[in-house]
Design a protein around this ligand. Structure first.
Ligand code: WT7
Length: 655
């Protein structure tokens, strides 16, 4: 495929900004990358200096991808505290600098807040003392179920201050999903808010938490932040966060943590029904988040950085909170959505706060592109220097619009490929160092060794102009360490199929120049608006409904979401398909998992295409959902080929 290549000279980007020299040039990249894989111990020992250690490490890398012995440790004899690295060490130089700019859902009724590093220190210490007073200790788990408000960052950092492990549950998840995650890590405390305003609507978080807690141990406490002041019911496990913080001491010494102590758990979907608790640890994760934040976005002191993600996803962990704050940055935290009150909101915020680096998802870019250029053009975006994309491959139309209309051709676009499991960026262009190709994630970050494997044999595919599954040959500091409570599952999921390699779950192409292009998931995971959804998870929600006998869920191309959720549903004997039942199932999945899992299309399937051994042939279902049924391939092994004819005749996605 021939693509337009664009070199972004960094010297003259940003019309009104005195642009600093990029951290890494093309020549630096080549040299540093070679050094990082030739001698990882020396390379990462040097990078380890980015953090303040209480006790310096003497060992750097101690990792094994050997079958039966997956063991990943970085800087294992060093000790440190994450909140001290993100706050205390900046106080002398930047106590009065803004750490967090908080932008509310509705800018017409509320004002942005600027929180300095000193104020952040104060609030985090107070919240840490509140958590302690609720009995939270080093190693205990705290679930955070909050809107995008400063308290979410305070809560994360307060946990790290006292060595508690946080597990954030996205505020869009249902009570059921929240309850499963509270129980999954046996949390002592759940931190929530009365309501979560988003896009002009309010999610009743506290009442969701109450519902979730009905299915949790009695001793789990609920710490409630006041966001809107709306009416909520109060039970005797509830504690008033605002009142307690008012009373709490603003002094709280950071606890000394080992580099390999768990920092957080974050649940993510896989190809089985149960989400996995991805575990990240203290030293390696923080170092990797900080380093990638600085280099990939070419962040310089004084810059204003905005990642539009939610802290409920890993992107928010690494690039709203931990990476930027470890670097002493000013980070924007946005409560709202791209299109509220209107489709100019992102650009209004960029202009208002003079954002220098802007990081968002292709789905948002496509939605805003559809709203027209006027929304962009009426705002002064001259402060922008680097644009980022994450979550799914970015299609060239969206890339070009982002580049031309938002970046005015002056801002390199970093298309960052990574995962919840990887902690930080894995493949990405670097501003000032990489000749950009729209739609490609291009080059490995330092220390990352991508390999392309032949999917069935697992043989390494050498050379350029090749395709296969994307694996990583050796460990990097930001790598997840285990699945919470289930190391065997960790090993099986990521190291089971291709021995000796970390398997990403993605397919990729390495082009003639050696640049990487992600081609999408090769497992039963789909990517809906940049969010990962296990099809098995949606299927188990559907079959939990009394009228559903069987279901198969696949992805199909969706103009804005990237992929939409297409569900084939077989009803119980005696049940009649109807539009009401379709609505009922949509609502059902929303309440079982959350709004992001709601099927876009439901097709009534009298039967599903199965092999004689009873295995559903998903390949066929995907083709029909894509409206591409002419090329179904070999259907001779089907138990009942007629099933397919019915599915084609009644397909829902007709172009
Ligand atoms: C999956 C990980 C960590 C970022 C947010 C999503 C897809 C992510 C890209 C990209 C192509 C991408 C992959 C990956 N993905 N970024 N730049 N280009 N695909 O994190 O929920 O853990 O999902 O998102 O399929 O495996 P996640």
């Amino acid at each position: 495929m021939k693509t337009k290549e664009i070199t972004q000279p960094m010297g003259d980007v940003g019309a009104t900004v005195d642009h600093p020299k990029p951290h890494v040039t093309a020549k630096d990249y080549a040299e540093m990358y070679a050094a990082s894989v030739r001698d990882p111990n020396t390379f990462w020992a040097e990078q380890g200096k980015r953090l303040d250690w209480i006790k310096p490490f003497s060992k750097v890398k101690n990792t094994s991808f050997e079958p039966g012995n997956i063991d990943i440790r970085w800087f294992e004899d060093g000790t440190l505290n994450v909140s001290a690295n993100c706050i205390d060490r900046h106080l002398a130089k930047r106590g009065d600098q803004t750490a967090i700019i908080w932008e509310p859902d509705d800018s017409r009724t509320e004002k942005a807040q600027h929180i300095t590093y000193r104020q952040l220190h104060n609030s985090v210490c107070k919240m840490a003392n509140v958590l302690r007073s609720l009995g939270v200790d080093k190693g205990d788990r705290v679930v955070i179920y909050l809107p995008m408000i400063p308290e979410a960052a305070f809560a994360m950092l307060a946990c790290t201050r006292i060595g508690a492990i946080h597990s954030i549950v996205f505020a869009g998840f249902s009570p059921d999903a929240l309850g499963a995650r509270i129980n999954g890590c046996d949390a002592k405390v759940v931190i929530t808010a009365d309501f979560a305003p988003r896009g002009g609507r309010e999610t009743p978080l506290k009442s969701n938490a109450d519902t979730a807690l009905l299915h949790c141990k009695e001793h789990v406490k609920c710490l409630v932040v006041k966001r809107t002041g709306g009416q909520t019911t109060w039970t005797n496990r509830d504690h008033d966060c605002n009142a307690m913080m008012d009373e709490a001491s603003a002094e709280c010494a950071p606890v000394e943590m080992a580099a390999e102590d768990p920092l957080f758990i974050l649940y993510t979907s896989g190809s089985t029904g149960q989400p996995k608790g991805v575990v990240h640890t203290t030293g390696g994760y923080l170092l990797y988040a900080a380093m990638t934040h600085q280099i990939v976005f070419d962040y310089h002191d004084g810059d204003i950085f905005w990642c539009t993600a939610d802290v409920g996803w890993v992107t928010g962990h690494s690039y709203i909170v931990y990476g930027p704050l470890a670097n002493g940055a000013t980070t924007v935290m946005f409560e709202g959505v791209p299109t509220y009150p209107d489709a100019g909101r992102f650009w209004e915020v960029c202009a208002e706060h003079k954002v220098n680096q802007f990081y968002t998802a292709p789905t948002a870019i496509r939605a805003l592109m559809g709203a027209g250029n006027d929304w962009v053009e009426k705002h002064d975006l001259s402060s922008l220097r680097v644009l980022g994309s994450v979550g799914e491959p970015i299609n060239p139309e969206a890339w070009n619009w982002y580049n031309d209309v938002v970046g005015k051709g002056n801002c390199p676009i970093v298309d960052t490929f990574w995962q919840t499991e990887t902690g930080g960026h894995m493949l990405t262009p670097l501003p000032g160092a990489t000749t950009l190709k729209p739609g490609a994630a291009q080059q490995p970050f330092f220390g990352v060794q991508p390999v392309v494997l032949e999917p069935t044999s697992g043989d390494v595919v050498e050379g350029n102009g090749v395709e296969g599954v994307l694996c990583i040959k050796d460990s990097w500091p930001g790598q997840m360490r285990t699945v919470w409570g289930d190391h065997e599952r960790f090993e099986k999921t990521y190291f089971g199929d291709y021995k000796g390699y970390y398997f990403s779950g993605d397919g990729c192409r390495r082009d003639e120049d050696g640049d990487y292009w992600i081609t999408g998931r090769v497992d039963d995971v789909i990517n809906v608006s940049g969010h990962r959804m296990g099809t098995a998870e949606v299927e188990s929600a559907l079959v939990a409904h009394a009228k559903v006998a069987e279901s198969a869920v696949v992805g199909y191309p969706h103009d804005v979401k990237g992929q939409g959720i297409y569900a084939y549903v077989t009803l119980m004997n005696g049940q009649e398909p109807s539009d009401e039942l379709r609505k009922e199932l949509e609502v059902w999945v929303r309440t079982e998992i959350g709004p992001i899992a709601k099927p876009d299309l439901i097709q009534w399937a009298p039967g599903l295409p199965k092999t004689r051994s009873g295995k559903i042939m998903r390949r066929i279902l995907r083709k029909i959902a894509e409206d591409d049924y002419d090329s179904l391939g070999d259907t001779s092994t089907l138990a009942d080929p007629l099933v397919v004819d019915d599915l084609i005749a009644n397909r829902m996605n007709r172009r």
